[in-house]
Design a protein around this ligand. Structure first.
Ligand SMILES: [Zn+2]
Length: 68
């Protein structure tokens, strides 16, 4: 049997066996449905927040340099 392609809440690879026709185990079958959707809203939001924080950090860094 193949290993499940899903991931746990901790982000680790699922160690359960996948069900015959599906690459996911019974617990992670919902991840297969999400993977087929155009975009994962939760992940996109986290990505946008991280990019915004990096942007603010860079802007803050340049303001620090200009004050000297
Ligand atoms: Zn799984």
């Amino acid at each position: 049997m193949a290993q499940c392609s899903g991931s746990t809440k901790k982000g680790d690879r699922c160690k359960r066996d996948a069900r015959g026709e599906s690459p996911f185990c019974t617990i992670h079958q919902d991840q297969e449905i999400h993977a087929r959707e155009p975009s994962d809203r939760g992940e996109w939001d986290n990505d946008a927040i991280i990019k915004a924080l990096i942007g603010f950090a860079i802007i803050g860094f340049f303001f620090m340099l200009r004050r000297r």
